[in-house]
Design a protein. Structure first.
Length: 352
């Protein structure tokens, strides 16, 4: 009996890649396998249990046995991600938890750094074409601008590479699944919070190169409009990738100081694109010679360590703990299991 079930497990194991290539994600029933291989159902159960233990298949209650998407060869179970950084701001924590979620599913994460640079993105995609990953997670580069690398993404899709966008998709590839964020609602929440505190002179500092900046701006101005307040064009400032990189690499805050001098002097509250910008804005406000500036309320997104270590601390929205990493893993692996993968937008919440 032991020899038979091991023999059957080996036969099925060899055939799993063929099942996956044909898009057949469910194994035949125990009765069908027993008949096909001339063995008992007990032998079939033992063989399937062996493959389940190896992480190659999974039992679904009342439905049968299905491929997990994992293949026996270790180098085939890789999920690649294109992301702007692996060391700045929230990226190390995000990648750590994403890697953990994928490892729980027996997949390995391979990280490719774009530096939010279109030429670097093209170089990475060109290399991936020679050996396409089964799944590619992509944080778009400068998502508000036209992208010249769409041809390479389309080639990867033709080569059966599953692509999942992180936070945004490129508009021309909007049929590709995306795990995004509900930035309009999040920005409305922050604006309504400030209005409830009595603030009516609001400013903002948003990221011009990223679609999330446009969405957060939209949420803010729609909330002000709906509350019958004037739209604060003069006190909305935008920063670009170069300025963000100068801030991270050289602690250059000139664009923040300029925004304070030219646009924020009459504000009582400011919405910031993220905690990094909010942290540096608060430092600049408190270093100003005008004591009124230190009274400005600052709110933000991401609820990172910066909102807690800032003096004073500031309100920052977050997602539910590890929700982004879990949803991204689920969405990325779903096609490998023959399950539907749908786009989703994660809610922003007030974190105690």
């Amino acid at each position: 009996m032991a020899i038979k079930y091991k023999w059957l497990a080996a036969k099925l194991r060899e055939q799993l890649p063929d099942y996956a290539a044909r898009g057949q994600h469910q194994l035949p029933t125990e009765v069908e396998l027993a008949s096909r291989y001339k063995v008992s159902r007990q032998t079939v159960r033992q063989a399937l249990a062996q493959l389940t233990q190896e992480g190659l298949i999974e039992k679904r209650q009342g439905s049968g046995s299905f491929l997990t998407g994992r293949l026996r060869s270790f180098d085939q179970n890789i999920v690649s991600i294109l992301i702007s950084s692996d060391s700045d701001y929230t990226y190390p924590t995000f990648l750590y938890h994403l890697r953990h979620e994928l490892q729980r599913k027996n997949f390995m994460l391979r990280v490719h750094i774009t530096g939010n640079d279109i030429a670097k993105e093209r170089s990475i995609l060109s290399e991936l074409l020679s050996d396409p990953p089964r799944v590619l997670i992509v944080e778009p580069v400068k998502s508000t601008l036209p992208n010249p690398n769409l041809d390479l993404y389309r080639t990867l899709l033709r080569n059966q590479c599953h692509i999942v966008f992180l936070r945004h998709s490129y508009p021309q590839l909007n049929k590709i699944v995306c795990v995004g964020e509900d930035n309009l609602s999040g920005s409305r929440m922050l604006t309504e919070h400030l209005l409830a505190q009595g603030h009516t002179s609001l400013g903002a500092l948003f990221y011009a190169d990223d679609l999330s900046g446009s969405e957060r701006y939209q949420g803010m101005i729609e909330s002000l409009r709906d509350n019958g307040l004037p739209l604060p064009d003069a006190s909305v400032r935008w920063f670009h990738t170069f300025e963000l990189q100068q801030l991270i690499q050289k602690r250059d805050t000139d664009f923040i100081k300029k925004a304070i001098q030219e646009s924020f002097s009459s504000c009582t509250a400011i919405l910031c694109h993220n905690d990094l910008i909010a942290y540096e804005l608060i430092r600049a406000l408190h270093m100003s010679s005008d004591p009124r500036l230190s009274e400005i309320t600052v709110v933000s997104f991401d609820h990172s360590y910066l909102c807690r270590t800032s003096q004073p601390s500031f309100l920052s929205l977050s997602h539910r703990e590890h929700e982004l990493e879990q949803k991204l893993t689920e969405t990325a692996l779903a096609p490998l299991k023959g399950l539907p993968a749908n786009s989703s937008n994660l809610d922003w919440i007030f974190q105690p």
